[in-house]
Design a protein around this ligand. Structure first.
Ligand code: ACO
Length: 319
């Protein structure tokens, strides 16, 4: 029994916001600095009332449409997000309610930028166990809400959006291998170290990052986890048709591709237009490449992510 990807969908809010637009809004930055260090040229930023569940719903509807199944057929809904609408209920339950599905298991996964790869691996295991047949996996984020817009070292890096896939039990491949890992000792290099307590914010409610430590950690674990799933599936990285990495920084993407020996032409890149959308980045990039015809049925695709925690994960599937 395999978990096969039968649909993808995505959603980006509003219009692209360019690097010079950020400078025009009073951030002490410029296009040259951002492009040279990150490859980011623009990102989408949600309006103040837009939530992860609203964006995730649209991505989910598009994925269900491609899959050709009704929301009522789903028996599992997992949402990867670090920017949920509420403390509870989960964003997955909110999207389930908006889709009109009743009865599916629905829960959120918190693994920050690795969240989608975690959610995909969890859904695969639920399906392979035989307990579930049709799963919706969503990554949805409004990171613009947790950015300190006075911190130019972080606020220029992120964007908002959502992506989704539909998985179905199948006797044909399918996800061939998946992996997920964490190292909680690294929690200090990327975090939002705040909380609401008794109606007050305690700690710091904004994203904080040691950029250089994150860079080094990300390149190492992304190459390792890609090797791990390739080995589990009996493939060499060079045999992959497409690498869809977490879209944080073009230099991390290029360094990982080089370490793996995957040609640049096989790497899907959206970071230039999306920025880092955390758990939404991989399904957004995947959907773009499926819809523009680069990723086709039968292709072998490796998706991978790394994020705060630190967490990291990957999945290798035949589309
Ligand atoms: N515009 C202009 N100048 C800036 C900006 C900005 N937006 N941000 C920082 N600077 C300045 C700094 O103030 C500093 O100036 P100084 O030398 O006068 O003090 C200078 O640029 C260098 O700053 P550094 O932070 O040392 O810059 P660095 O070369 O390390 O690049 C960056 C920073 C791009 C964040 C890099 O460390 C990086 O790519 N790290 C990876 C982090 C990442 O991708 N995180 C995404 C989230 S994590 C994830 O998704 C896994």
């Amino acid at each position: 029994m395999f978990a096969a990807l039968i649909g993808t969908g995505s959603y980006l809010p509003g219009h692209p916001v360019g690097n010079e637009d950020l400078a025009a809004r009073g951030i002490d930055t410029n296009d040259e600095w951002i492009v040279t260090r990150t490859g980011i040229r623009s990102r989408h930023l949600a309006e103040s009332g837009t939530t992860s569940s609203e964006m995730g719903l649209i991505a989910a509807q598009r994925a269900l449409e491609m899959a050709g199944i009704a929301a009522s057929e789903l028996d599992l809904i997992i949402v990867a997000t670090s920017t949920p609408d509420f403390i509870f209920p989960s964003t997955a339950c909110l999207i389930q309610g908006k889709l009109g599905n009743k009865g599916a298991a629905a829960f959120d996964v918190q693994a920050v930028c690795a969240g989608f790869t975690y959610a995909l691996g969890i859904a695969e295991k639920f399906i392979r166990s035989g307990g579930h047949k049709k799963a919706l996996v969503i990554g949805a984020e409004v990171f613009s809400r947790i950015l300190d817009w006075r911190d130019r070292g972080t606020c220029v890096l992120f964007g908002d959006g959502a992506g989704a896939v539909v998985l179905a039990a199948s006797d044909k491949p399918g996800i061939l291998a998946s992996a997920m890992h964490a190292d909680g000792s690294q929690n200090g290099i990327l975090n939002v170290p705040g909380q609401i307590c008794g109606g007050q914010i305690t700690g710091d409610p904004f994203l904080r990052m040691d950029g250089q430590a994150v860079f080094k950690f990300a390149v190492r674990v992304l190459a390792d986890v890609a090797q791990e799933v390739c080995q589990a599936a009996g493939l060499q990285p060079s045999e992959i048709d497409w690498l869809v990495p977490h879209q944080a920084n073009i230099r991390i993407i290029e360094a990982t591709g080089k370490k793996l020996g995957v040609d640049r032409s096989k790497v899907i890149v959206t970071v230039d237009r999306h920025g880092n959308t955390s758990a939404a980045s991989v399904p957004l990039a995947l959907d773009e490449a499926v819809r523009d015809g680069r990723i086709q049925r039968g292709h072998k695709v490796l998706v991978e992510g790394v994020g705060g925690g630190f967490t990291w994960g990957a999945a290798l599937f035949e589309f």
